[in-house]
Design a protein around this ligand. Structure first.
Ligand code: 746
Length: 643
C-alpha cells in the first residue's frame, strides 16, 4: 500500500561505496537502487532491471549532513560526482552519474532533513579512506568535521534550505543536547578536573565521544565532566537505520548485548587466529563464536578431529538469518536468538561436523581501558599490586606477572637502579601512557614513590613474539604469519601518525595476547637506557641487525628507520624466529648492508610478501614505504573472511 510516508520522492540507480567497517579494508563499489521517501533513504540490490532485496536503510531523522565530497586525482569517470550522508552511526558515500543527478539528490535530501535536530556545523570535504579523512588526516571516523558546512551555518546562504538549530532555553537544552545515553558499568571516583562520579547502573548523557578513552558526560543532576569511556555502556534504542551489512538480517543491539555476556563469545578476531587457537586446544568440538568480518554477523568455528590430520580441521559456519528474522547455522534449525542457536548446537550436531563441545574463551582479566587512571598523574598504589611470578628480565631488570587490585592481570617491570634515566622517563611517561591503540601494549601506570620504580603494563599471556615463533611457529598457517605482521604494522602506523619513533622494533619487543593478537611493546623506551653496550652502535647489545644504514652510521632515527626494522621483523616472522644474517657478526653486517647486501627470501614468504619486506630495506629512507602504505600492501594477503 502506498502512503504519504513511503511514497518514493526520488529513485535512481547509483553507486555506493563500501562502508569500510574494518577501518583498513579494500574499497568496493556497488550499484544500488536508491529510494528516498519522507522517512528513509533505502538502497536495494538491482539486477536485470529488477529490484532485489533491501541492503540498507537510513532513517531520515538520523541524517546529520548531506553534502558533496571532493574527488581525488585518478578517479574513474563513473565516480566523478560523489555525495556523502553523515548519519548517526555512520557515513555513506554515493556516486551519481552526473552533476544534475547529484544536485537533484542533495536538494531532495536537504528538503527532507531540514528540521532534523542534530545537523552538523562542520563536515569533512575529503573521503574517509584507509583509516583516515583525506582532508584533515583524522583517523577516527566519528572525528568532528574540519570544514564549515555552509548550508547549515550561513543563514544567508544561497539555498538555506537547512535552518540553523533554534536556540533552546536553559532547562530544555539540558535534556536535549547530547549525543547518546549511556549506563555506567562500574563506579568511578573522579580524579583531577572531572566533576562527575559514575555510579554503576545509573544513566548519563554523553556530550562528547571523539576521544577513544575519555568521554564527556552529564549526569542527571546536570554535572559535567570527563570519565573513562570503558566505564560506560551505550544505551541503544532499537529503531532506525541498518547498514549494508545488517540487511533484513538485522541483529538488534539487544541481541549484541546479550551475546557479549556469554563465555563462548570471543569478539572480533581473524579466521586464522581462531583456527590456531582451536588447533592449540586440540579437542574434538572445541568452538568459538565471533564477529565475522561483516558487522552484526557471527561466525561459529569448530574443530573436528575426523580426517587423517592429527591436528584436526577447523570449519567455519556463518550464522544466517532467514526472512522471519530467525537465526540458523544449518537449514531447518532456526532460533529467535544467537544464544538459543548455540545452546541447541551444543547438544545437537544437526548438520555440523560435530556438536559444539568445548567453548574456547580468550577472556583475560584486563584493566578496562584507562579505567584507574584519572586525568592526572599516573601513579599507582604499590600496595595494590601483588607480584605473583617472575616472567623474565629485560634491559631494565626483572619483570613480574602480578595482580592489580586483586583482579586485573598486569606485568610489572621493576626498574633496576642505575639502568634507566628515571627522571627523563617520568617526564615523558604521560605521553606514552596516552598512546592508546589496540595493537600497542598498554602502559597502565607507574609507582615512583619508592625504589625500585615499577612500570605497570598490560599483561600478555603468551609472552614475546620471538619465543612464540620459535615454539609454535610450525603450527601457524602462512595467513597467520601475515596477520601477525599486519597487527604490528597497525601499531606502527599509529605511532607514525603520532610522529612517535619506536627505535627498537623487533620480534623480541612484541608480545602475544591470549587471542594471538600481536602488540608492540617498549616503544620509545630505548631513550632511557643507560647501558653503554646498548646505546652505542658499536656496543655489543646495540641491535645492528635491525638498524637502517643511517642508524648505524649516524644514529639518525625516524619512522623510516622503524620501517627498516619492520622489514627485518617480517623476515623474523616468515622464518619462524631465525636470527637475521645468522652467519655474520655486527661489524660484518654493517659492511655487507652498506654494500647493498640484503636478507634472502624466507621459504614461507611468497615472492610478493618478500617484495614487501624488501621495500623496507631501501638504502634511501625517503624511498621506503610508510607504515600507512604498508598496511594497504599487506591487506590483500590477509585471509578473506567472506562466506
Ligand atoms: C616482558 C618484557 C617486555 C621484557 C622482559 C620480560 C618480560 C614482558 N612479558 C610479558 C608481558 O606481558 N609484558 C612484558 N622486556 C623488557 O622489559 C624490555 C626492556 C627494555 C627494552 C626492551 C624490553 C628496550 C631495549 C627496548 C629499551 C610474558 N608477558 C608472559 C608469559 C611469559 C613471558 C612473558 C608486558 C612466559 O613465561 C608463555 C610465555 N612464557 C612461558 C610460557 O609460555
Amino acid at each position: 500500500m502506498e502512503t504519504m510516508e513511503n511514497k518514493s520522492i526520488l529513485e535512481e540507480l547509483l553507486i555506493k561505496k563500501s562502508q569500510q567497517k574494518k577501518k583498513i579494508s579494500p574499497n568496493n563499489y556497488k550499484e544500488r537502487l536508491f529510494v528516498l521517501t519522507k522517512t528513509s533513504l533505502s538502497y536495494y540490490e538491482y539486477d536485470k532491471e529488477k529490484k532485489g532485496h533491501r541492503k540498507g536503510l537510513i532513517d531520515i531523522k538520523k541524517i546529520r549532513c548531506a553534502e558533496t565530497v571532493n574527488v581525488e586525482e585518478h578517479t574513474p569517470p563513473e565516480r566523478q560526482h560523489p555525495f556523502q550522508i553523515v548519519y548517526k552511526g555512520g557515513l555513506l558515500y554515493v556516486f551519481t552519474a552526473d552533476e544534475e543527478s547529484r544536485i537533484r539528490w542533495l536538494e531532495a535530501l536537504h528538503k527532507e532533513i531540514k528540521d532534523n535536530t542534530e545537523l552538523l556545523n562542520k563536515y569533512h570535504k575529503g573521503f574517509f579512506s584507509s583509516g583516515k579523512f583525506l582532508c584533515c588526516n583524522q583517523t577516527c571516523k566519528a572525528a568532528p568535521g574540519c570544514t564549515v558546512w555552509e548550508k547549515y551555518s550561513s543563514p544567508h546562504g544561497a539555498s538555506s534550505a537547512v535552518k540553523p538549530l533554534p536556540s533552546i532555553p536553559g532547562e530544555l537544552k539540558r535534556e536535549k543536547s547530547f549525543l547518546k545515553e549511556a549506563l555506567a558499568v562500574y563506579n568511578y571516583e573522579p580524579k583531577g578536573n572531572s566533576d562527575v562520579h559514575l555510579v554503576r547502573k545509573k544513566k548519563y548523557y554523553v556530550l562528547k565521544d571523539e576521544d577513544p578513552d575519555w568521554w564527556k558526560v552529564r549526569d542527571l543532576e546536570g554535572n559535567e565532566g570527563f570519565v573513562p569511556r570503558a566505564y560506560l555502556k551505550e544505551i541503544h534504542h532499537t529503531t532506525g537505520e541498518s547498514g549494508e551489512s545488517s540487511n533484513a538480517a538485522n541483529v538488534t543491539s539487544e541481541e549484541e548485548e546479550n551475546i557479549t555476556k556469554y563465555d563462548w563469545y570471543v569478539g572480533s578476531i581473524s579466521r586464522a587466529q581462531v583456527g590456531q587457537l582451536l588447533r592449540q586446544k586440540g579437542k574434538e568440538g572445541a568452538f568459538m563464536v565471533r564477529n565475522s568480518s561483516h558487522v552484526g554477523k557471527y561466525t561459529v568455528s569448530v574443530l573436528s578431529m575426523t580426517g587423517r590430520d592429527k591436528k584436526g580441521t577447523v570449519k567455519h559456519y556463518h550464522v544466517h538469518v532467514n526472512s522471519a528474522n530467525q537465526f540458523y547455522l544449518a537449514e531447518n534449525y532456526c532460533f529467535s536468538s544467537v544464544p538459543k542457536l548455540i545452546h541447541y548446537h551444543q547438544h545437537n550436531s544437526a548438520g555440523m561436523v560435530t556438536r559444539l563441545r568445548h567453548a574456547v574463551s580468550t577472556k583475560a582479566n584486563k584493566v578496562p581501558s584507562t579505567a584507574h587512571l584519572g586525568n592526572g598523574p599516573w601513579e599507582l598504589k604499590r600496595e595494590e599490586i601483588a607480584l605473583l611470578k617472575e616472567i623474565g628480565s629485560g634491559q631494565f631488570g626483572v619483570v613480574q606477572m602480578g595482580k592489580w587490585k586483586g583482579k586485573y592481570d598486569v606485568a610489572v617491570k621493576m626498574i633496576k637502579e642505575g639502568s634507566m634515566s628515571e627522571d627523563e622517563f617520568i617526564e615523558e611517561a604521560e605521553t606514552m601512557m596516552r598512546l592508546n591503540h589496540p595493537k600497542l601494549v598498554k602502559l597502565y601506570g607507574v609507582c615512583t614513590k619508592a625504589y625500585p620504580i615499577y612500570l605497570v603494563a598490560e599483561y600478555m599471556v603468551n609472552g614475546c613474539l620471538l619465543s612464540y615463533l620459535k615454539g609454535h611457529g610450525k603450527e601457524l598457517h602462512p595467513f597467520q604469519l601475515v596477520e601477525m605482521c599486519f597487527h604490528v604494522c597497525e601499531a606502527m602506523a599509529f605511532l607514525e601518525s603520532h610522529q612517535f619513533i619506536h627505535r627498537d622494533l623487533a620480534a623480541r619487543n612484541c608480545l602475544v595476547d591470549a587471542d594471538l593478537t600481536i602488540k608492540v611493546s617498549d616503544f620509545g623506551m630505548t631513550r632511557y637506557v643507560l647501558d653503554d653496550l646498548y646505546v652505542s652502535s658499536l656496543g655489543t647489545k646495540f641491535p645492528v641487525k635491525w638498524a637502517a644504514p643511517e642508524v648505524f652510521h649516524y644514529a639518525k632515527f625516524s619512522s623510516k628507520s622503524d620501517v627498516w626494522a619492520f622489514g627485518i621483523l617480517m623476515w623474523e616472522v616468515f622464518t619462524l624466529g631465525k636470527q637475521p644474517y645468522n652467519l655474520y657478526h655486527n661489524a660484518q653486517v654493517i659492511e655487507k648492508v652498506s654494500h647493498g647486501y640484503r636478507l634472502y627470501r624466507p621459504q614461507l614468504a611468497s615472492e610478493e610478501i618478500y617484495q614487501i619486506m624488501y621495500s623496507c630495506w631501501h638504502e634511501v629512507p625517503e624511498n621506503r614505504p610508510t607504515f600507512h602504505h604498508l598496511l594497504s600492501c599487506l591487506e590483500p594477503h590477509r585471509e578473506d573472511d567472506k562466506p
